[in-house]
Design a protein around this ligand. Structure first.
Ligand code: FRU
Length: 424
C-alpha cells in the first residue's frame, strides 16, 4: 500500500503534514487563541434569512475591496421558516434548531452592502433561481476584477456531486445601494480526480469545495486553494510515523484515525482569466488528525505565506481534539514546508463553555477575523441555546512570525475595506 504522501510523487512539491503530535499541543481556552464569549443577546442581521459563511468582496491579492464607497459581502443564506408547519414542533412552537440544522441543503448565495463596513443591508440573491446547475450553492470567493466592476464569483455547486465553478457578473452602484447583475452563466472548472483528491465514489463523506483564488505575490501566477480529502477508498489510508509525528510514550495508538483524511488543495490556472485549471498535490494534509480543513485562505505578510483553514471538534480523529475555529500554518514559500502556528495550529477557537458560538472564520490581511454566530447557550447548563444565523463580533489578531495573539474585539460583522475602487 502506498503511503499518503507517495501518492503525490516527487514533483512539484510534497504536502506538509499537520501531525497528531502537532494536534496534541492544541490547548482549548488559551486566552491568546480563544474567541471572546459571544453574548446571548446578539442582534440578528435578518429575521427572514439565516446567514453563515461570509465572503467579503476582494481583489486577487487578497485586499478587502469596497466599490464607490460601498462595502460588499456575499453570504451563504437560507430562508427562516417560523410559520412553516414542517418546522412547528408538537407544542406548536417554531423549531428553529431543526430549521437551522437543515440549512445546508438549501444554501444560496446572497449579497449585502454597507457604507460603514457593518450594519449590512440585504441586496438579494446573486444568481436567479435555475442559473446554478445544482441544488446547493456552497462557499467560495467573490473577486473584483477591474474598475468596470466585473466580478468573478468562484463557488461550489453541490448536490449532485461537488464541482468548483465560477460565474461572472458585475457590481453596479448608485447613491442608494449596490446591485449584482448578469450572473447568468455558470462555468464548471473541476472536481475531485480520485488520484490526489478523494471522490464521492471513494467516500460518501468526502469534501471538495470552498475555492479561494489568489495571485501569488512572488511568482505572479493565478492559483486557487480549496478544501479536499486525500484520495483513496475510505478506510484505506495509513497513519504511520510521518502522520503521527513525535509523540510521548503512550500516544502511539492511532485508533480509527485512518478515517480522517482532510487536506488543503491547490490548483494553478493555465490561462490569465482563470477558466482553465490544473490540480496540484495538496499543500497540507491532516491524515489521522482531522477530516475537514474547510475554507482555506491566505494572508501574505512579512514575506511569508499564512495559510488559514477552519475545522471542527467533531471532525478530529481518535485521540486528538480541539475547538471549532480557525487553524493556521506558515511557510516561507507557497509550496511550503508549512509549520503549524502557535505550535499546534490553533489560531482562534471557541471557548469550551460555548463550543458552538461561532464558526467559519475568515482571517483578513488587516488581522481582522470575521465569523458567524452558530448557537450560544442561554442558561448555565448549556441545554438551552439561542440560534444565530447572523454575523459574530469581529476579532482582531496579531500575527507575529510563527505566533498569533488575540488583541481586539469589534462590532458584529465589522468588515472594513482595505481599499476602495472607483468604478468607471
Ligand atoms: C463551512 C461550510 C463550507 C461549505 C458550507 C456548506 O461552514 O461547511 O465548507 O461550503 O459550509 O454550508
Amino acid at each position: 500500500m502506498k503511503s499518503n504522501t507517495e501518492k503525490f510523487g516527487k514533483t512539484p512539491h510534497q504536502p506538509s503534514l499537520w501531525t497528531r503530535a502537532d494536534a496534541l499541543k492544541v490547548q482549548a481556552d488559551d486566552p491568546t487563541t480563544t474567541q471572546p464569549l459571544v453574548s446571548a443577546d446578539f442582534p440578528v442581521l435578518s429575521n427572514e434569512v439565516f446567514i453563515w459563511d461570509t465572503m467579503p468582496l476582494r481583489d486577487l491579492d487578497g485586499n478587502i475591496t469596497s466599490v464607490d464607497g460601498w462595502s460588499v459581502i456575499f453570504t451563504l443564506t437560507a430562508d427562516r421558516h417560523p410559520n412553516d408547519p414542517q418546522y412547528i414542533d408538537e407544542n406548536g412552537n417554531y423549531d428553529i434548531t431543526r430549521d437551522w440544522n437543515d440549512r445546508h441543503g438549501r444554501a444560496k448565495m446572497y449579497y449585502w452592502f454597507s457604507r460603514t463596513g457593518k450594519d449590512w443591508e440585504l441586496g438579494g440573491r446573486v444568481m436567479a433561481e435555475g442559473v446554478s446547475p445544482t441544488v446547493r450553492e456552497w462557499a467560495g470567493t467573490p473577486i473584483l476584477l477591474n474598475e468596470q466592476g466585473e466580478v468573478d464569483l468562484y463557488y461550489t455547486a453541490v448536490t449532485p456531486g461537488a464541482t468548483i465553478v465560477k460565474v461572472r457578473g458585475r457590481v453596479v452602484t448608485t447613491e442608494h445601494g449596490v446591485s449584482m447583475v448578469g450572473f447568468e452563466k455558470v462555468k464548471p472548472l473541476f472536481e475531485a480526480d480520485g488520484k490526489m483528491y478523494q471522490t464521492e465514489a471513494q467516500n460518501p463523506f468526502w469534501g471538495f469545495r470552498d475555492p479561494w483564488p489568489f495571485r501569488d505575490p512572488n511568482d505572479g501566477k493565478l492559483y486557487m486553494l480549496f478544501e479536499g480529502n486525500v484520495a483513496g477508498e475510505r478506510g484505506s489510508h495509513t497513519v504511520g510515523e510521518a502522520e503521527i509525528g513525535d509523540v510521548p510514550p503512550g500516544y502511539e495508538d492511532v485508533g480509527n484515525s485512518r478515517f480522517q483524511t482532510a487536506c488543503v488543495g491547490i490548483a494553478v490556472a493555465r490561462d490569465e482569466d482563470g477558466d482553465d485549471w490544473e490540480m496540484l498535490p495538496p499543500l497540507l494534509t491532516a491524515v489521522g488528525v482531522n477530516d475537514q480543513t474547510e475554507r482555506p485562505h491566505f494572508v501574505f505578510q512579512d514575506g511569508k505565506y499564512y495559510l488559514f483553514t477552519i475545522s471542527h471538534t467533531f471532525t478530529y480523529a481518535d485521540g486528538v481534539t480541539g475547538p471549532d475555529g480557525v487553524y493556521g500554518f506558515v511557510a516561507d514559500s507557497l509550496f511550503g514546508p508549512y509549520v503549524p502556528l502557535n505550535g499546534s495550529g490553533l489560531v482562534l477557537g471557541n471557548p469550551s463553555s460555548q463550543p458552538f458560538q461561532t464558526y467559519s472564520h475568515c482571517v483578513m490581511p488587516n488581522g481582522l477575523v470575521t465569523s458567524f454566530i452558530d448557537s450560544v447557550p442561554t442558561d448555565e447548563s448549556g441545554t438551552q441555546i439561542r440560534i444565530g444565523g447572523t454575523e459574530a463580533p469581529t476579532v482582531g489578531i496579531r500575527i507575529k512570525g510563527q505566533q498569533t495573539f488575540v488583541v481586539a474585539e469589534y462590532d458584529y460583522g465589522y468588515i472594513p475595506p482595505m481599499l476602495d475602487v472607483t468604478l468607471k
